[in-house]
Ligand binder design. Structure first.
Ligand SMILES: [Fe+2]
Length: 184
């Protein structure tokens, strides 16, 4: 037989050695919701009256996951998640998400003006969550003046970087690019 003979039609496809296993959006959201409902896991998170706190978790299929505590008024600021998809779910309290129904250019800009009508907002009470796709742009905050919030966040593939943005009305400004070594 020739060394270049074609594989039989039933031969399994060989995945690329560095290919991440596929994890669907619903699996990410399911993990976030199940972990948010795990009262023992949620109770293991130390809370601070002024600063966010977090514990790294193992998400499904090699995903990056975090349990995060949000004191009243704490927020992330505007950011995106590069090529990663993700999900998050509120375990305690309530979180507000502001997001953009817009795709930002991947590079080559420092400042841009958002088109009218791209802003979206939602409130995620305890026991609820959402999944999001690649290039999702948002900020998440605990708008409560009194109550802590706790939530579960999961990303696949693990975040290669986060871009942080400043915002003044419709003008978005690229302020910082963070890489994993900045938050681990
Ligand atoms: Fe985020």
């Amino acid at each position: 037989m020739s060394a270049t003979a074609a594989l039989p039609a039933h031969a399994p496809a060989r995945p690329a050695p560095d290919a991440a296993p596929a994890v669907t959006a619903s699996e990410l959201l399911d993990f976030a919701l199940r972990t948010a409902a795990d009262t023992a896991a949620v109770a293991a998170l130390p809370l601070d009256p002024y600063e966010r706190t977090w514990i790294r978790l193992d998400g499904p299929g090699g995903s990056e996951a975090w349990l995060i505590g949000w004191p009243p008024g704490a927020g992330t600021g505007w950011h995106d998640h590069a090529e990663s998809r993700g999900a998050f779910a509120t375990a305690r309290g309530s979180l507000t998400e502001h997001s953009l129904a817009a795709r930002l250019p991947s590079e080559g800009w420092r400042s841009l003006e958002l088109a009218p009508g791209v802003d979206r907002s939602r409130t995620l009470e305890a026991g609820t969550g959402r999944a999001f796709g690649q290039h999702h742009v948002h900020e998440v905050l605990n708008a409560s003046a009194e109550e802590h919030a706790v939530s579960v966040h999961v990303y696949h593939p693990p975040l290669p970087l986060i871009r942080r943005f400043g915002r003044s009305g419709p003008v978005l400004t690229l302020e910082q690019v963070e890489r994993p070594e900045d938050w681990q």
